[in-house]
Design a protein around this ligand. Sequence first.
Ligand SMILES: [Zn+2]
Ligand SMILES: [Zn+2]
Length: 560
Amino acid sequence: MVPGPHMQQPAALPSRDIWTAARRGDVDLLRVLIEEEKNDINQGDEDGSTPLHWAAYFDRLEAITYLLQRGANIDALNEKEAQTPLHWACIGKSLPSMLLLIKEGADITKSDKRGYDCLVHACQYGNVLMAHNLIVKQGLSVAHRDTEGHTPLHWAAYQNHESVARLLISLGADVRSVDDEGLTPMHWASLKGHFQMVQFLILNGGDVHAVDSDGYTPLDLAKQKNMKNTVSLLKYSQGYTSQSEARNWRTWFLMPWLLVPLLFFIIDTLPFLATVAVLAAIFIFIRRLISYMWLGKDTNNPFFMSVMAAAYALSTWVYFIKIFPVTNEYGMLTMFFVGVNFMWASLFLYLVRSDPGFLKLDEAGVEKIYNKLSLGAKKIPQLCPTCMIARPIRSKHCRSCNRCVARMDHHCAWLNNCVGVNNHQPFMVLLTLVILLHWIFAFFCVQLLGSLDGAPSIWAVHSAIHFYYSQEAMLLMLMLFHLFNALWEMYVFYQQWTLIFDNVTANEYLNGTKYPYFRDRENRFRNPFDKGWKGNLKDFLHPTLDYTDLFEAPDTHDSA
Ligand SMILES: [Zn+2]
Ligand SMILES: [Zn+2]
């Protein structure tokens, strides 16, 4: 367990004392207590924490300024943890207070009883910007060690703060560093079963074979703690190195071009039972391969994009050799179908390579945050430690694309690209076209199957399936394939439009409560971007805000 300021319950404290007054930022009461009632300004509470500790923890800038003016000890140590007010500002994620205390001369180099310096505290509590400031502006070392030899990266891994881990590694932290017991950050993440963190550490050069002083690897620790997902990740990444990433990418890209034709060839030529057996074997093989060659969701993988393209190519081929020659009575529909096909294929190729609204990498981006801070802004933008930019709200760093995307909707596996503010509209057009394509293709298949000589009524389900399968297995399968795809894509279509009419992105829909701009002062959900369905549609077609630059959520408190 990570020690913090061992906070008393508010009820356990009398309401009128210097610590409570400092915690509330009540400068008037502090004045009365200190100047009139002559309370000792440096007096500790039961843990020895002074009023300055409490003011720093709760980010009460005015109270801090007042206490310092009245002679509070800026580096006072509390008895229990030997922590300074500066440590408490870090633990409380109070960046403005931290900066104020440093400006007023607080000792930045101090470590507490457990050897945690300010940076370790910032990393334990997952504050990226604070950690950035402490390393880049204040010169604290990413290689600092606490009394048990843990580095800041150990703590970020243990507490599952991926952004902090990304920052530390980009600023030179050693991903393979070991603590006094020989444990690496990956051991710590595995112990807690932090799947994504383990994946991140593997991708960034972490050693899956590292053994601690007791001879245990990260895999052993994950097994001991029964962390199933992490166990399988570690098991199958034993042969993984960051060099194999490029080779794997090529394999995933090329595989569907063999696989899709092979599948349909098997369906078309082998009898039913043999087909089932061969397909099952292929399925098991692919599953094995996935486990060995793919570190899982959120790493870049072109497999589905290639499946899409290969299935499309195969369908087009089947259309020209089988369907086109016998569907001349549907002249208009055929023309429409060919037109839609052409548009779909062009749009698909465009979207695969389109810029979804990647935020510009900007050397001075971080300075924007510090400017805002120095102006006393309360809403401070997030720092993306990979792109090193001040991230506007509604944007998100995509792990697959490894870039920040403005008004990010989702990462589309079928495009192997993100859908964001720049390409959301063409994406919706693509979705519409592909649904049309599926229905028309399925319709043609039905017509062709129905025109076969000796076809039984489709209501005689069993004999109908048997008949069609023996005559035109490929067409039957393609029809089912297109119907199935049409159905789930219609579901996506419905969901997308629902969200567009609500002015919520898919990412916000999934993680909404995580984002402070979706909460009102009473912590209830509210959508500051909602302008009614007409306004929301307008914002989708013509965004009124520049989502690629820093902006503030419209304030809806007063209008509500
Ligand atoms: Zn980013
Ligand atoms: Zn992406």
